[in-house]
Structures are given as structure tokens and as C-alpha cells.
Design a protein around this ligand. Structure first.
Ligand code: F6R
Length: 359
């Protein structure tokens, strides 16, 4: 089933452009409007606040979703870790709606929240890759991520599918509420640009292998930095590296470095900087220079419009809310090649299970 791929993870990374295109043809109509169950959209439109509840990689996709729902659908949205929310519930708004974001649909930490939410009578929606799963059945509504089966333990195409479905849903909700910003956001075009841009990065995998060797072959730790959505993708890129290559990696909001973390920078400490957010690009660049001045080995990944000489990897331009669809590809491939170089079983990292059904 892996075909010519040595590991499922590489196969699943390579499938992402096709997943983006499939999601567009599945959910978007000829007028460019994503189609979802209208009772579900009415329930979402009635909410004064969206609570995205998730774990791990799915939580990182939820963080990216915050901007999409706030900007396109005009509703305050926050992502929460299920394992925290379950025991220390924040003060809820008057009309909350819950979105459970989960590849497997079986994560116990989320189920625990769902049970409480249902008991309290709040509406819920599960976005999942497995439409027959427990969390899909138990929520009021369910939407399929459509990434296709994900076998490698490290989640890749489910993450990008989650971000894409959040964009589709945020646009549909915004249009349901007749918001001009949503009408103007051409989600089908953005996702098709994302597919093309992802393919361009996948086609550079030999270069990414070289960069992985150069950056991570010798190291015990690594840092990923960015601001805004670039921060959220830093968290996910760091998780990928941690879980399959066992390098201690941390994602940081670039502006927070100087408030403590910069003390960890030594000669040759690897730092990957994501620069796709026009509002903060210059600031992130100066943070990258600060660590470079202290000896760090810096890899700059920038979007085309913001690129400068010396940036080692350029990703295509995309709406800044959606750039994780592109920047996570080098994040995934750097982790993959680091694991490969170190001779690990990429698909089955130690101590981890594909779905986590205990709290
Ligand atoms: C990381 C990874 C995990 C899952 C997490 C949630 O690559 O796969 O962090 O994202 O266990 O799982 P789901 O999405 O199935 O609820």
C-alpha cells in the first residue's frame, strides 16, 4: 500500500496537494461557495463564541482556525487543549458552540469534554477524518476532513486537511451571515494555490533532505520561530521533529525569544524562522538576526513577496491566514529526513500510538 514510498509518512506528505483539490471539488459549488448542512450553519451562526477543542497536531490546526473564523465569520474563536479544558473549563459565553477537531475521532481527552458539553446542552460539531468514529457519532453535527486514511503515526495530511476544512467552513459561515469579507474570500482559489505551492515544495525534497542533514544531523535540540500564523506553524513543525527524530524541539513566538529562551542559543543551535506574515516579517527577521549573532544556525523559510537574499527556502504567496498549508511542508519534510538520517522507524516512533484512547 505504500507503493514506491519507503514510508507511509512520505506517501501521506506527498498526497497533500491532491487532498486540497479534492476538498475543493467536494465542498465548493460552481459559484465558489462551500456547501455544508444548513442546520449546522444556523447553529454556528447562532453562537456568540466558538470553542475549538483538540489535542496535539489537531490543536495546532485549531490555532490556525481561530483567525479564519474570527476574520471570515466574525465570531470570537479560541482553540483549547482538550486535556486542559476537560478539568479547568474557562468561563463560557452565553451561546457557545463547540468544534471538536480530531483526525481519528477517538481521542479520549476530547470525548471527556464532549460528554460534559452534551450534558450542559451546548451544540457541537466534530471535524474528523473518520466519519464513523465515536466523536462524529456523538456530536450534533459532523464534517469529514477527507484526507483519506492516515497510517503514519505522525499526522501530516490530516493537519492540512483540518486547516483547509476550517477555511471552507469559516467562509460558508461568513456567507451564511452575509459578511462581505467572506464573500470576497475566494477559498477555492486559495486552496488551489496551496496545492500548487505544496507540490513545488514536495518537488524540492532533495534540497530539504540536504537542509535537514545540515541543520539537524548533529543536534540534540532545535528551535522554530515565527509570529502570528508563523508561530502556530512553528509549534507544529517542532512537534513533528520531536516525535519522529527525538530531537528536543520547541516552537516559539519570535518576540518571546528575548524574554528567556534566547539564553539557550549556543554556537550552531539550529533555528528555523518562518516569515510569511507581512505585518511581522521585519520583526521576525530581526529576531532571526539576534540568534544568528549569538551563533545560531538559521534557516529562513519565507513567502515569495517577503523573501530577501539569503533566504534558503521560498514558499509561494498565499493569504497570510493560510500559509501554514505551505510552510508545514518543509516542517514535515525536515522532520522526515532527520528521522530517516538517524535510522529510525519513521512511521512508528517509540512510545506513541496513532490514536490516544486513554486520558
Ligand atoms: C502528532 C499526532 C498527535 C495527534 C493527537 C490528536 O503527529 O498525530 O499529536 O494529533 O493525538 O489526535 P486526533 O487528531 O486523532 O484527535
Amino acid at each position: 500500500e505504500k507503493g514506491t514510498f519507503p514510508f507511509y509518512m512520505l506517501k501521506e506528505i506527498s498526497e497533500q496537494p491532491a487532498v486540497m483539490r479534492r476538498l475543493v471539488s467536494r465542498y465548493v459549488d460552481d459559484a465558489g461557495t462551500p456547501q455544508f448542512d444548513s442546520a449546522m450553519l444556523s447553529a454556528l451562526a447562532a453562537a456568540d463564541r466558538l470553542y475549538i477543542v483538540a489535542a496535539g497536531t489537531s490543536y495546532h490546526a485549531g490555532l490556525v482556525g481561530q483567525n479564519l473564523f474570527e476574520h471570515l465569520a466574525g465570531v470570537p474563536t479560541e482553540a483549547y487543549l482538550a486535556s486542559e479544558f476537560g478539568y479547568h473549563q474557562p468561563l463560557l459565553s452565553a451561546k457557545p458552540m463547540f468544534i471538536f477537531l480530531t483526525q481519528s475521532g477517538e481521542t479520549a481527552d476530547i470525548r471527556q469534554v464532549l460528554v460534559n458539553v452534551k450534558q450542559a446542552g451546548y451544540p457541537s460539531l466534530t471535524l474528523t477524518n473518520v466519519i464513523t468514529s465515536t466523536l462524529a457519532r456523538e456530536a450534533d453535527y459532523a464534517v469529514e476532513l477527507g484526507a483519506g486514511p492516515e497510517i503514519a503515526v505522525a499526522s501530516t495530511k490530516a493537519y492540512t486537511a483540518q486547516v483547509a476544512v476550517e477555511a471552507l467552513l469559516a467562509k460558508a459561515l461568513g456567507q451564511h451571515k452575509a459578511l462581505p469579507l467572506a464573500a470576497a474570500f475566494d477559498v477555492a482559489h486559495q486552496l488551489s494555490l496551496a496545492a500548487t505551492g505544496q507540490q513545488a515544495l514536495i518537488d524540492q525534497q532533495d534540497k530539504l533532505h540536504e537542509l535537514a542533514t545540515e541543520m539537524f544531523a548533529q543536534t540534540r535540540n532545535a528551535f522554530f520561530i515565527g509570529r502570528g500564523t508563523d508561530y502556530y506553524v512553528s509549534l507544529e513543525a517542532a512537534l513533528k521533529l520531536k516525535e519522529i527524530s527525538y530531537v528536543q524541539a520547541e516552537g516559539f513566538a519570535a518576540g518571546e525569544l528575548k524574554h528567556g529562551t534566547i539564553a539557550l542559543i549556543e554556537q550552531d543551535t539550529p533555528v528555523v524562522a518562518f516569515i510569511t506574515d507581512p505585518i511581522t516579517a521585519a520583526r521576525t527577521r530581526s529576531n532571526a538576526e539576534e540568534v544568528e549573532a549569538r551563533g545560531a544556525k538559521v534557516l529562513r523559510i519565507a513567502s515569495a513577496a517577503l523573501a530577501e537574499p539569503g533566504d534558503q527556502l521560498i514558499v509561494d504567496d498565499l493569504d497570510p491566514m493560510l500559509t501554514p498549508l505551505l510552510t508545514i511542508i518543509p516542517g514535515q519534510l525536515l522532520a522526515y529526513f532527520t528521522s530517516l538520517d538517524r535510522g529510525y522507524d519513521v512511521d512508528r516512533p517509540r512510545n506513541l500510538a496513532k490514536s490516544v484512547t486513554v486520558e
